[in-house]
Design a protein around this ligand. Structure first.
Ligand code: DGL
Length: 269
């Protein structure tokens, strides 16, 4: 049995890491489309085609459930994949909803009409494709009213993380936070709307200041996954866990090992 976790590259490891803590007995099959990362500068059609083929690969390997641990893929491809129909017994889920439910203080599956919530000024940091999709604002509008969202498209950060250039990644994060603050000087909350960004969470928090609550997706997605699997144990699937990449396995393994501070060994997809 295995649950699939997909990202364009290493960012989904922030979700995998949290999922392994919440569900220590569940094997996960992680798929990094490193050869095509970053997705955030691609157009929606391209992101859809790449995401669909990776998810299909995970389904073919025995996973029944695939988590898109990638906001860019969730924004550009998830709805279209679900509308086109998925094979019987298979499922694909994204990462937006658990985060928005936390931000709007909702319980899982609370579909009551949108209402006023405590937080009024929210900074969203995400890839250019996620920002352009406005998917975050759309999902938020289903649940909350009166929330002002200022989105900052963080070009370059995913590339720098994938290359392991953390000095460049830090400099870029600081400059994107400065740009956000010029548009919204006092956000109450900041959403790290790309699964790569929690790898830079300390830099985001330092640049935003201690009064800003920073939301990242790892634990939120992991606890909603644990809940989902309790209700749908048949979605545990077949096959074995492991790490697959379309990139160079040695290079990707070194970066992953550096980020998670434990040995991670990728195989060629
Ligand atoms: N981790 C992906 C996300 O959450 C990064 C996308 C990219 O490859 O640009 O959006």
């Amino acid at each position: 049995m295995a649950v699939g976790i997909f990202d364009s590259g290493l960012g989904g490891l922030t979700v995998l890491n949290a999922a392994q803590k919440h569900l220590p007995d569940v094997p996960f099959l992680y798929f990094a489309d490193s050869a095509h990362a970053p997705y955030g500068v691609r157009d929606a059609e391209d992101i859809y085609q790449l995401t669909r083929s990776a998810v299909q690969d995970l389904w073919n390997r025995g996973c029944n459930l695939v988590i898109l641990a990638c906001n860019t893929a969730s924004a550009a491809a998830l709805r279209r994949m679900q509308e086109e129909g998925v094979p019987a017994g298979k499922r694909v889920l994204g990462v937006f909803v658990p985060l928005i439910e936390a931000l709007t203080e909702r319980q899982w599956g609370d579909n009551s009409p949108p209402r006023e919530v405590a937080v009024k000024h929210v900074a969203l940091f995400a890839t250019p494709a996620t920002v352009a999709s406005r998917a975050f604002q759309r999902e938020l509008a289903f649940r909350a009213i009166g929330v002002d969202v200022e989105a900052q498209s963080c070009g370059g950060v995913v590339d720098a993380i994938e290359e392991g250039d953390l000095i460049l990644a830090e400099a870029l994060v600081r400059s994107h936070v400065d740009a956000l603050k010029r548009k919204m000087p006092f956000p109450e909350a900041a959403v790290l709307g790309c699964t790569h960004y929690p790898l830079m969470e300390a830099t985001f928090q330092a640049a935003l200041g201690p009064d800003v609550k920073v939301y990242s997706q790892g634990d939120l997605v992991a606890s909603s996954l644990a809940d989902y699997l309790k209700r749908h144990p048949n979605m545990l699937g077949e096959g074995e866990g492991g790490f697959l990449t379309t990139g160079k396995p040695g290079f990707v393994s070194d970066r992953a090992t550096q980020f998670l501070r434990r040995q991670i060994t990728f195989q060629a997809a």
